[in-house]
Design a protein. Structure first.
Ligand code: OAD
Length: 247
């Protein structure tokens, strides 16, 4: 049996587009990271094996850039929703701008820049904030530290938990992602038919089934949407029976 939808639950699936206006580049837009770097070289286990120093330098730069960036109006508006809703943010982003904006329930499916981890099975994690990882810097178990990032070919984290959240949400907001990287992109399929489903991006090749497309910048559209949802919540509290009287 399917789990019940929770009227007061909003799940957000975010991608790099939400942080673009904070100065963090996306991956596939014009001048995106994957136009300037080879993902095979910097975001794959084979790249790490071949040239760990190149991989470390790439993520050391990303980490510094993310630490210097500030949350924008979209991150802040999503955090504000928590005053009225249960909000779960599932993000493909490796920055911590959702957390720094005040969101309290953030799931990072592709890892986090501000953590390092060992390379043994134990995968011990360490919070490093903006500090660089150097070649020769070891984990307690003696293995080289690496960025706590999910590279191509590695297992995405918290997938089932994320799917369960989406499947019980009354509102699903997808923002700033091209939905080209799987399995994270497949999460949208867990959204229920009855849920309100919106996708915000500058462009979208193939809109997932049942989603309404709102084209534009996250920093203007997301606050607008959130204000509407906060007003809706307030009206529901003021007139709890209004749905019953609707014809
Ligand atoms: P992409 O670069 O593939 O897509 C960025 C999306 O953001 C596009 O749909 C843009 O239209 C949209 N966008 C850009 N600027 C925006 C703005 N100001 N407001 C709203 N939308 C905007 O990035 P992702 O979908 O995040 O994985 O990429 C997914 C994964 O691919 C990443 O997590 C990363 C990458 O390889 C790993 O590194 C494992």
């Amino acid at each position: 049996m399917k789990a019940e939808i929770q009227t007061n639950k909003i799940v957000v699936l975010s991608g790099s587009g939400i942080s673009a206006e904070s100065g963090i580049p996306t991956f596939r837009d014009a001048n995106g990271l994957w136009h300037n770097y080879s993902w095979e070289a910097v975001a794959s286990p084979s790249g790490w094996q071949a040239h760990p120093e190149v991989v470390l330098e790439f993520y050391n730069e990303r980490r510094l850039q993310a630490a210097e960036a500030q949350p924008n109006a979209a991150h802040l508006a999503l955090a504000e929703l928590e005053s009225a809703y249960e909000v779960v943010v599932i993000t493909q982003n490796v920055d911590d701008l959702h957390e720094r904006a005040g969101s309290s329930n953030v799931i990072h499916v592709h890892g986090q820049l501000n953590h390092a981890r060992g390379t043994s099975e134990a995968r011990r994690r360490y919070r490093i904030d903006a500090a660089p990882i150097q070649l020769g810097q070891l984990c307690e178990d003696g293995t080289q530290l690496r960025p706590d990032i999910v590279w191509f070919g590695e297992d995405v984290e918290y997938l089932e938990e994320s799917r369960r959240h989406i499947a019980t949400a009354a509102k699903v907001l997808v923002v700033g992602t091209s939905l080209t990287v799987f399995p994270a992109a497949s999460l949208v399929r867990a959204a229920r038919g009855r849920a309100e489903k919106i996708l915000v991006a500058l462009a979208m090749d193939k809109l997932p089934y049942g989603f309404r497309f709102m084209r534009g910048k996250a920093s203007s559209i997301v606050p607008f949407l959130c204000q509407g949802w906060l007003a809706e919540h307030q009206n529901r509290n003021l007139y709890p029976d209004s749905d019953k009287h609707a014809s």
